[in-house]
Design a protein around this ligand. Sequence first.
Ligand code: PLP
Length: 458
Amino acid sequence: MTATTSTLGELDRRYVFHPFTAAGAHERDGGPAMIVSGSGSTLTAADGTTYLDAMAGLWCVNVGYGRREIADALQSQALRLPYYHGFSSMATDQPALLAERIIRLTGDLGMSKVFFGSSGSDANDTQLKLVWHYNNLLGRREKKKVIARSRGYHGVTIASASLTGLPAMHAQFDLPLPMIRHVSPPYALWEKQPGEDDAAFVARLADELEQRILAEGPETVAAFIAEPVQAAGGVIPPPDGYFPAIQAVLRKYDVLLIADEVVSGFGRLGAWFGSHLLGIEPDLMTIAKGVTSAYVPLSGCVVSDRVWEVLARDGGAFQHGYTYSAHPLAAAAALANLDLVEHGGLIEQAARRGERLRAELHAAFDGHELVGEIRGIGLVAALEFVAERGERPVRFDPALAVGARITRACLEHGLITRALPAADTISFSPPFTITEAEIDTIVTVAREAVDQVADELA
Ligand code: PLP
């Protein structure tokens, strides 16, 4: 076992170029764990160590690991038809069934069609093409700018990394693209002014957006993109009334709204879509992650009736498509996954487990010297650590890497959490199937890890 483990670690260290990893350090030192199997919310490493995965991978393995129903669907589809494409009007059965299912699940959001891709990033890239094509068809050739938000996370392709509002993801690649703008996020802990209530905060954010549109020229602004709840950027649920206020501004200037539901879609917030929960009326919706619980890659751009009506006017072919668009194997996995979510009552369960997780986090961390805020909604939560608490909190020196140290301490105690970028925030986004006992473990271990780092900092 030991020999096998070290050989695997050696192969990984020498040959795998890891995403979002310090390349030289990984080649020199390797990583903390080589995961080889998973069941429920538990992962097992090659050396036999087990981990409780409080992040469902990267906010995505919503039905938990090891679900036979999805494996069986993959096997039978792979034997029947592993692949055929959707170009030039060719079709396969599984994407047709899946698209109908997705449109049905979006309910009264007025959605019409699904364009399939393989990742959240490629889907957001496609969204920009849809928006530009839409305005070209309407003869509005100037209307091409897209406004995103600081701390938003929309992916890593050239366009979607540009939309992402994290400067570290721009610096190495000379991004963002010139037609992308960013406005402030609804990040109450740092953006809200002392004494400002939610309504005034929302009004100020909506005004900032309006002023930005006016400064750019409304005839040049095509779309606004937002996650219902900013996930990777800090787990930031918006204050009440945020999206209705933002939408009123967008409508006034005929600016499309893209709801990036890559994390929030398919139940993470305790509703099928964040749009349902937060009163969002998207023109375009991006989906990925939870549609297959990440058993295989699949994403989509969900297009509203009103956008489709314009796109359908084009007499020529839409000059865009991936080899893996409408992949039948991915669609079969998605259908099996959605059966589990829909017929297993997993969305209600996610909502209940989320309530318990937040209650336990409050019980364990309210008043803790390091904890500036406990945030969450549905089955996603976060702790943000600050050097000084109170009405005007003070950040830790980033060089102390407090969030990363706490995540590392959790890992040493068998718990996987995630240190979010450019903040001392750690997140929790477990599978919907997490048990109550496992939630107790998450909170107990997190508390030990936070106390350990607090001692180190004292
Ligand atoms: N959009 C959101 C909201 C995300 O959280 C992510 C990934 O975490 C993406 C887009 C990008 O998805 P992918 O990593 O599949 O390209």
